[in-house]
Structure formats: C-alpha cells, structure tokens
Write a protein that binds this ligand. Sequence first.
Ligand code: ADP
Ligand code: MG
Length: 386
Amino acid sequence: MIQPPATLGLLGGGQLGRFFIKAAHELGYRVTVLDPDLDSPAGRIADTHLARPYDDPVALGLLAQSCAAVTTEFENVPAHALHYLATSVRVRPGAHAVAICQDRSAEKGFLKRNGFPHVPYADVRNEEDARKADADLFPGILKVARFGYDGKGQAWVKNRDEEQAAFRQFGCEPCVLEKVLTLDHEVSVVLARDEAGEVRCFPAAENRHRHGVLDISSVPPAPACLTANAERMAADIARTMDYVGVMAVEFFVVSGRLYVNEMAPRPHNSGHFTLDACVTDQFEQQVRALCGLPLGDTRLHSAATMVNLLGDLWYLGGPARVREPDWRTLLAVPNLKLHLYGKRHAKPGRKMGHFTVVGDDAVDVREAAMAGRRAIGMSDPVAVLP
Ligand code: ADP
Ligand code: MG
C-alpha cells in the first residue's frame, strides 16, 4: 500500500488528470504530471509539471525516481514508455492493457478472441484489405485504429469506393471498418479493479452523442434491465485483461442486445456524474486502485444528468465573437454543479467543462438539465441516435 504524502505520477494533463489530482490531493498525495503542453488543465494544478514529450527518457527517469506509482489519464501514451517505467515503478493499468485499448484493431481482436459480443468489423491494414472489404459491412464506418477520439478519424462510408477513398484520406494508416448499427441506446460502465482482483462497478450510464462527441449521460438509465448485464460483461473484460485501475467500457444496445463498442484504460467522460452523485467518484477510485487502498463504495445517492460544455458555446455570437457564456443563468438552476476545466482557449468541439444536475427523480433531473442547457443557449440533445 502506498501511503500519503507519497508522490503519484500521471501521464497526461487533460481534464481527467485534473480531477485525478484533486482526488489525490484530497487524500493527501502529491502528483507529478508529464504532459508536453505548457498550459494543460492538470499541469496547472499539479505539484510538479514535467512539460516534456511522453517518451522523453529524462522525464520518464524523473517520474520513476520521484513517484511511488504511475497512472495515465489518456490512452495514447506510447506503450514502450509504460514498459520502461514498469521496470522500476508500479504502473497501473499496465502497458499490456493500455496497448489493447489504444488500438481499435487490438481491442476488437481481444473482444473476438475472448467471445465478447462486438460490432461486426474487419481490419483494413492496406489497399488490398480496403478493396476486398466484405459487402455485409456496408454502410460502415472506417475508423483509424490509433489516435482517434470524439468521433475524429472516422468516416461514414456507403460502399467500397467511399471506403477506399476514406482510407487514402487517412493516409493509408491502419483502420478498422465497422458495420453501422441502428442503436436503441448507448450505455457505459466505469469500474475499478484492484490488485486482489476485486471489481467495483459504478452504475451504468445512458449516453447520447452528437457528431460523435458525448453530449449527455444520465443515471439511472432508462433500460434498467440491461445494466446488470453490462456491468457483468465490463467486469469480465477487466478480469480477462488482468486489469488494475479504473476502466470504462462503452456499449451499443441494438434490438435489446449489448455489443461492446470500445474500452478506455482510464476514467471516462460518461463517468463524470460520479463526482456529484456517488459516494466515491471515479477519480478517487483511480487513486485508491493505484495506491492499493480499499476500493470505495460506488453507490449512487442521487439520480443525475451530466451535460458536456463544448467550445462551440463560446461562439454563439458568431465565429468572430468569442465570449464566456453567462454562467449566472446556469448556476441559478437548483441542484446543478458546474465544472470548468480552466482551458484558456475555447475551440469548437473542445471539451471546456460540464455540468451535472442531481436529484431524487431521474425524469425531473433530466428536465432540469434541459432547462439549464436552454438557459445558456444550447439546443436540445438529438432525439434519435445516428
Ligand atoms: P470515439 O473513440 O471517438 O469515442 P466511437 O467508436 O466510440 O469513437 O464512436 C463515437 C460515436 O459514434 C459512438 O458513441 C456512436 O454514437 C457512434 N458510432 C460509432 N460506431 C458506430 C457504429 N458501428 N454504428 C453506429 N454508431 C456508431
Ligand atoms: Mg467512444
């Protein structure tokens, strides 16, 4: 067990890291962040910020030397950097799990080999794969295997011609081609697994996306009967991967059946409701799992709806007029918690913050969250999924 006030290492300086640091500080730990960005949300509140590339040997050496354990807040850390750190310091999740989750092709291969239900797909590694893609996979989505996020690096393709063109447009990088499914819902499960193999799932959330980016998450989700299954499957995935730490599993629900979409080797945007609606939040759980402390209680003490605040909101007056939204109208909504990540520049599509409305009744909470959105000029979420 790692006792406070030990120093914990964090790879990545985004908002997930910022929340990790707040949780670590709350438990008396110190945090060193490695992120090349000089002005990252987590770097700004870290005890120490190493503004160096993720594979910088000097920075990795410093982390290994000064930290009792290292974790990550984003999946695109080079796996070899994690391997290198693991030779001298505890790294959770391990390089093996991160390597699976950071590559869609490895991820789908893992799901397939281990019998988890997944979206029909094919690896597209070269022009020949692209030319020979199975006709059953159209209409499909071509997704770059690595470095895609928030719907980036994805192209909806109706046929092989469009698929080949998209493959070239992505620079002939390895991709996967997935069949487009008609989704009833999307749900996700955030869980933690400790060294001894104990798993604690947070309640499954129902998620809606807009243009491939998470828009809102609600708990408890409408299709309650599915959630036990989703939680069981997510826990099985973590066990099969011998995962230690916090992990998120995204699911599609199609005709009442669950399909695993993807996994994230870290806390997840759809788990932000845990900050305001659960006894332990996903970031405290990340600290606990990393330090070998007992995992916290994941019980939901309120219904909650979380709404993402994207940079677009700063441009409602037109592309030439960047202005801070009027938070007074939002903060006047009862039972609403606002979280802003302190990012200096708003850009369309960039996650700038989120708010969560909590309460006793899921329907009332959702309506209050919709009222909050409208109060700051946001439109309602898309009713029908893509
Ligand atoms: P990201 O890594 O950007 O989150 P995802 O693969 O999760 O990428 O895709 C983002 C969103 O796009 C999904 O949450 C879902 O709304 C939609 N989507 C992705 N793949 C499919 C699919 N095969 N069928 C239908 N919708 C999909
Ligand atoms: Mg996703």
